[in-house]
Design a protein around this ligand. Sequence first.
Ligand SMILES: CC(C)(COP(=O)(O)OP(=O)(O)OC[C@H]1O[C@@H](n2cnc3c(N)ncnc32)[C@H](O)[C@@H]1OP(=O)(O)O)[C@@H](O)C(=O)NCCC(=O)NCCSC(=O)/C=C1/CC=CC=CO1
Length: 257
Amino acid sequence: MPVEIGRDGGLARIRFDNPATLNALSPEERAELAGQFAALRHDDAVRAVLLAGAGTAFCSGADVGRMGENDLPAARTRMQRGVHPLVTNLSAIEKPVISAVRGVAAGIGWGMALASDFVIASENARFSFVFVKRGLVPDGGALYLLTRHIGTMRAKEIVYTGRTVPAAEALELGLVTRVVPDDELENATAELAASMAEGPTRALGFAKRLFANATGPGLEQYLELEALMQPQLNQSDDYREGVAAFREKRPPRFIGR
Ligand SMILES: CC(C)(COP(=O)(O)OP(=O)(O)OC[C@H]1O[C@@H](n2cnc3c(N)ncnc32)[C@H](O)[C@@H]1OP(=O)(O)O)[C@@H](O)C(=O)NCCC(=O)NCCSC(=O)/C=C1/CC=CC=CO1
């Protein structure tokens, strides 16, 4: 199973486990994960959640090998049923969620980390919204979350270039909670997760809901707009080229439509 679920007292652990693709997620795995997030939300025995990746990466986002084209209605349905529940169900877990990021966190992989309450990164962690390189906009609420964390000006530079943000810069920007040496990542996150799992779960959950409503309109409203745009890009020549370029291991040659 490429997504592993484990329990340790009040702590639920989720591990993305497909190291050959840097833990990319297929559509089926995204659906499975969204279901797991919904279950964790309603499980009173769960008091904190830890997300991590197997091997050298956190998660490289959607499996590009599985990225194809859909007609407009199908692409919209896929966004609303297959991508958005991942981030809405994760954000709706009213318990502390901790992401332990080693190596790559890209695309929806970074989106899930951004939707967490704590991001503990190892010194080799690197974050990127590669969407622009595939001719797409960031989805799963990534742009919304990034803007809330660092403001529009800095978010635009990261989104428009699709560049990689190394751990040290992510810390400076306020995109991660802490950076630790690689060999301390497990201990640092286990300690934090254990203390959160022993916390006043209800108060922490309410604080989380207040944070979600502290600035601007809600994530769900934003996602409606996203679901109008990404399906249109899914039909474009530049999307086709972006996916082909990744598969053929060459830079994309975009034509602007
Ligand atoms: C920048 C990278 C993340 C890391 O680069 P690097 O460290 O040089 O590692 P690579 O050599 O490129 O990768 C090692 C192997 O893993 C395979 N791989 C990596 N990422 C993926 C992936 N996402 N899907 C499938 N396979 C992947 C890679 O091919 C290598 O395998 P081989 O050794 O056999 O060749 C870089 O890897 C990279 O850019 N990866 C792709 C990132 C990406 O485009 N993610 C998807 C973004 S879109 C998204 O997340 C979500 C959605 C939701 C659904 C629908 C539509 C859009 O978006």
